[in-house]
Design a protein around this ligand. Structure first.
Ligand code: HEM
Length: 233
């Protein structure tokens, strides 16, 4: 078996099986860990500048990937007119810069805020690095291997469908440039990390927030009176 065969036709299944098996186990065995383990109470300002751009950027970009997967023919038809291709690529790239800005802010926050460092696990570091590699490789791909939105629809989407239909067709991806391969392999690596990290929180959409009555949070003493020594206990 060649390294390409292993990475593009075996590794994806290993990661998907890990995610499918371990994710429900975590849900039933450690249900309260099914969370982003928010650190907002420990530091909020830098979190805002990291979390907001990161989430808006990555959700829209992954939405774009999903569209290319579900309606590749429509993406190709849209890209048939040059200005529409530029709009799509320009929007994707702008969102990618927003995303990487947010991600870097989140990484810096974990590195420089002592309180956040104290609650940072090895998995938090691994996940941030894997996400950084993913977004960086995506930006690299978009800039240097044009026009990615078209060949994503024509080659990457059929490859992904070949995986989902248990008939991997690695000829669609084995000759792609290294950075694109890293982008694809790291995406599957992230899938395998899902149940072991705080990334799992994206599966628990708090939908009841939409209709439940607002929750009022009240400090039981003035914030100013809470000194650092009290917080440290
Ligand atoms: C965890 C999953 C993934 C994340 C977070 C991610 C993220 C990104 C980001 C941030 C970009 C740059 C934004 C853009 O220009 O559109 C990008 C571009 C791209 N990604 Fe992904 N990606 C993921 C999975 C994949 C997979 C599985 C494939 C292919 C099998 C893929 C193929 C591409 C291609 C071809 C581009 C270039 C698009 C263009 O030039 O417009 N991505 N990705």
């Amino acid at each position: 078996m060649t390294s390409n065969e292993f990475m593009f036709s075996v590794f994806p299944y290993v990661t998907i099986i890990i995610a499918l098996v371990v994710t429900p186990i975590r849900y039933f065995v450690k249900r309260f860990s099914y969370s982003s383990l928010s650190s907002q109470f420990l530091e909020n300002k830098q979190l805002f500048w990291g979390s907001v751009p990161w989430h808006y950027g990555i959700i829209l970009i992954l939405g774009g990937h999903l569209l290319g997967l579900i309606i590749p023919q429509s993406v190709l038809a849209w890209n048939g007119v040059p200005w529409r291709l530029y709009v799509l690529e320009g929007t994707g790239l702008s969102l990618a810069f927003l995303t990487i800005f947010g991600l870097i802010m989140l990484m810096v926050r974990r590195a420089v805020q002592p309180r956040i460092r104290a609650v940072t696990s090895v998995m938090d570091v691994v996940i941030l690095l894997a996400l950084f590699v993913q977004v960086f490789a995506g930006i690299w791909t978009a800039i240097f291997y044009r026009w990615g939105s078209s060949w994503y629809a024509a080659a990457a989407a059929p490859y992904l469908w070949s995986i989902f239909s248990f008939n991997p067709n690695i000829s669609l991806v084995e000759n792609l440039p290294l950075m694109v391969k890293i982008h694809i392999i790291d995406a599957f690596f992230l899938v395998s990390l899902l149940p072991f990290s705080r990334l799992v929180h994206f599966l628990s959409l708090p939908l009841q927030y939409i209709w439940r009555s607002p929750q009022v949070v009240v400090w039981n003493q003035s914030v100013g009176a809470v000194t650092n020594s009290q917080i440290k206990g």
